[in-house]
Design a binder for this molecule. Sequence first.
Ligand code: KG4
Ligand code: ZN
Length: 343
Amino acid sequence: MTLILGIETSCDETSAAVVVDGRDVRSNIVSSQEDLHAKYAGVVPEIASRAHVERIDAVIEAALREADVSLQDIDAIAIADGPGLVGSLLIGVTAAKTLAWTLDVPIVAVDHIAAHATSAALATDEPLWPAVALVVSGGHTSLYHVRDFRAIELIGQTVDDAAGEAFDKVAAILELGFPGGPAVDRLAQGGNPRAHRFPRTWIKEDHANFSFSGLKTAVLYAVHGVGNKYGDLSKFSQQQFADVAASFQAALVETLAAKTIAAAQRLGVATVVVGGGVAANSALRRELEGRCAKNGLRLVLTPTVYCTDNAAMIAALGYHHFTAGDFAKFDLEPRSGLMRPKR
Ligand code: KG4
Ligand code: ZN
């Protein structure tokens, strides 16, 4: 039995988790900073790192307490070392090094995006790979060919906005607050997805890249400019708000789902997995369920609690690096940039 303490501080969630053998989540504490960043309608890096410093000790203690284990029981520390905000990552990396040094246990460095790409493993004991993984978060929208936990190849990504960013910007246009994804998701439930015909960029193209800036601009025009049927925002009815939200969401989730399925078919893999904050979106989950069933593909959705940033997915993937003996050294530094090559 291997007990891994996972730590995640790449953006604005301070999280620690205890996971046994990469599968059994004993605790997963997530302290969100949403309230601190809401008035800026986006994450402010300085505020985020300061909040991580203030919270990290208590979050780790809570994770151990809830798992009913002590630090001495931990076999390794798994830390998300990037990509993300360097100032935020640094707090987690420093905490991980300090604990690993004190306890004399190894550190495993876990790529945050690779953790999203493999987080569906927290949903099932069945073997998952090979699969196509759709990672849809605030900072990334990418498709991967996952051959194994440690063999993940990028096959396409957004050339401009990430899906979560598009949700957050549309929420800002509709004045729904930050983060916008859950608010748009809720509002869209009462809306007509066919009220506006928004672009589904590259939906039929033979490649796995995405572009969402045109969709975002189309929503902006539909609300404030060309194509606005309703006048100024203060005169919008609740139904009109809901129709814009539902039509935007439909364009985005149809594009994501269609391109994911096309990628699986091109690669000849039978399994689709999905992770990242936007994978919590109810319409995306439904759309993928429908399209995968129709195309004879197995769909494994990440449980919604492990979609948005969390340390359980870090500990879960960290377990596979641990068993491979892939340990980080004490000179480990946070990485702001893209996924680490080779993983
Ligand atoms: O994975 P995540 O927690 O952080 C990053 O690594 O970026 O993703 C956060 C993103 C935000 O943009 C948020 O608006 C979006 O995930 N999100 C959602 C939903 N829940 C979170 N988007 C659409 N529908 C949701 N239910
Ligand atoms: Zn994330």
